[in-house]
Design a binder for this molecule. Structure first.
Ligand SMILES: Cc1cc2nc3c(=O)[nH]c(=O)nc-3n(C[C@H](O)[C@H](O)[C@H](O)COP(=O)(O)OP(=O)(O)OC[C@H]3O[C@@H](n4cnc5c(N)ncnc54)[C@H](O)[C@@H]3O)c2cc1C
Ligand SMILES: NC(=O)c1ccc[n+]([C@@H]2O[C@H](COP(=O)([O-])OP(=O)(O)OC[C@H]3O[C@@H](n4cnc5c(N)ncnc54)[C@H](O)[C@@H]3O)[C@@H](O)[C@H]2O)c1
Length: 445
């Protein structure tokens, strides 16, 4: 847009997502999935002797991330009148930031500092060398045993990956079921799969105390004791705003993040706060979307689309096996809002394609009004992270269940399950109408 831009990064370009979040976690999950597939070849009538041994898997993942990071750092900023300054930024006044000994002025300022692990206050935790996502991907070896505090996205993804790579894994989760942001029946499918793979899950509890012994860590909770090699804290996030000097210039914030309006502007209108640091939706795609909306707002783009954050649905996916994905309202939320709704469930086990793939666990769950307006969709099963985009699109643009049902989906793509779920609703309505007509006819007769 012809502006000159300064970008300040205190650590590595690419942020958490590339360096210690989405990308390394998905890379470890991929390695774990391949190992698991090889170990289950008999499901496809195949046999291979010997075991898949982990040799340089963790080192290779780190090298790939370095390669992507270097490409990003150069590619992203080429052809742009932009300077990248390495260092920590703090506010001096409403238009000025300090980086080391340099002061920089901007007409507009975007805060995109992300979030950091929230560390619970538990006896003995500071005495053990615990892991978070910041140092997890620097491990040289898979620990023999790992206790994970949490039951959300990180705990489930990393729990399954480390279990499949050979660790004995236990999850200690405060909420009454794993992935608390979705309905329990959806989470239960993953819960059962994780337990079947050998993960111990303790829901509705927290740790009383950690104790360091000679080479191990003792974890006490609910009158039980576990002994493990390493502990991973995955108990949610907090905004990384402590050192920004927000109070100095009067930017308002809470413990969840920087206060923003619909355009992601702070109370100082030329300063925007986007991504994890505003606490609205802690996902990379949401951060990128907010950045795009706010940049368009700043340059007063004449976009035909709404630039308000609330004008857009935020889908999310958990990349476990089976995957979980969700968009819109859950059943629990629809009940709390007192909305009249129906639940439509289409099971994976009824579809030949996923049966032959050996991926027949799970279902699509649709929450819709009696007329077929989609309120929310949750999916647990193979390719859920891909299937959810169609529902996000439908919800975003008010496409009804009948319209999804009438859209041809290529057979035997996994996405045909979306059409079948919508057809279940449409056929249900059709049968009800037929029944009513039959009753009407017999009354006339
Ligand atoms: C293990 C893990 C897995 C995840 N997996 C997924 C996933 O699969 N899909 C998904 O959508 N999301 C995932 N997330 C969430 C995702 O990583 C975040 O939502 C996303 O990175 C937020 O982007 P951001 O730009 O707001 O912040 P960040 O990516 O955190 O970037 C903030 C940057 O600001 C820098 N910084 C902070 N303070 C200052 C300062 N004062 N001066 C200069 N620089 C500063 C930091 O060094 C950092 O590089 C995952 C997170 C974790 C931890
Ligand atoms: N696939 C993805 O999109 C993906 C993957 C990983 C992380 N993320 C993002 O990263 C963020 C952080 O993930 P996360 O898993 O740390 O948090 P989360 O918010 O997903 O889950 C936190 C979990 O920790 C539990 N918990 C909190 N305090 C506890 C305590 N003291 N003892 C025991 N359990 C406790 C909660 O009950 C909850 O189950 C998420 O908000 C998510 O948006 C996304």
């Amino acid at each position: 847009a012809g502006m000159s831009v300064l970008t300040v990064e205190k650590n590595k370009v690419g942020g958490e997502c590339l360096n210690c979040g989405c990308i390394p976690s998905k890379a470890i999950l991929k390695t774990a999935q391949i190992k698991n597939d090889i170990e289950n070849l008999e499901k496809f009538g195949l046999e291979l002797s010997g075991n898949a041994k982990i040799t340089s898997a963790l080192e290779l993942i780190r090298r790939k991330i370095d390669t992507i990071g270097k490409a990003k750092a150069t590619k992203m900023f080429e052809n742009v009148d932009s300077i990248v300054s390495q260092g920590e930024a703090t506010f001096v006044d409403e238009h000025t930031i300090r980086v080391k000994d340099n002061l920089y002025k901007g007409k507009f300022i975007f805060i995109a500092v992300g979030s950091e692990p929230s560390i619970p206050n538990i006896n003995g935790l500071s005495e053990i060398d615990y892991l978070t996502n910041k140092n997890l991907f620097k491990l040289e070896n898979i620990p023999e045993s790992l206790v994970i505090i949490g039951g959300g996205a990180i705990a489930c993804e990393m729990g399954q990956a480390f279990r499949r790579l050979g660790a004995k894994v236990s999850l200690i989760n405060m909420d009454d079921h794993i992935i608390p942001s979705i309905d329990k029946d959806v989470a239960s499918v993953l819960d059962e799969k994780l337990r079947n793979e050998g993960i111990d899950i303790f829901n509705g509890t927290t740790v009383d105390e950690f104790q360091k012994t000679l080479n191990k860590i003792e974890v006490s909770f609910s009158n039980k004791k576990l002994v493990c090699d390493r502990v991973l804290i995955a108990a949610g996030r907090k905004p990384a705003i402590d050192k920004l000097g927000l109070d100095r210039i009067g930017i308002k914030y809470t413990k969840y993040g920087i206060d923003v309006d619909e355009f992601n502007r702070t109370n100082i209108k030329h300063i925007y706060a986007i991504g994890d640091c505003n606490g609205k939706s802690l996902f990379s795609h949401a951060a990128m979307h907010q950045g795009m909306l706010s940049a368009m707002h700043m340059i007063k783009s004449t976009s035909p689309c709404s630039l308000k954050r609330s004008g857009y649905v935020v889908p999310f996916s958990i990349f476990t096996d089976p995957e979980i994905a969700h968009v819109g309202l859950t059943e629990k939320e629809a009940k709390e809002k007192n909305i009249e709704f129906r639940v439509i469930k289409e099971y994976y086990r009824d579809y030949g394609r996923v049966l032959i793939d050996g991926k027949d666990d799970g279902f699509i769950k649709i929450i819709a009004t009696p007329k077929g307006t989609i309120l929310g969709v949750s999916i647990v099963g193979d390719a859920a992270s891909e299937l959810i985009t169609e529902w996000a699109m439908a919800l975003q643009f008010n496409i009804t269940l009948d319209e999804v049902a009438m859209t041809q989906h290529p057979f035997p793509a996994v996405s045909l399950l979306n059409m079948r779920a919508a057809q279940k609703f449409m056929m249900g309505k059709f049968l009800e109408q037929m029944k009513k007509r039959r009753v009407g006819k017999s009354e006339i007769a």
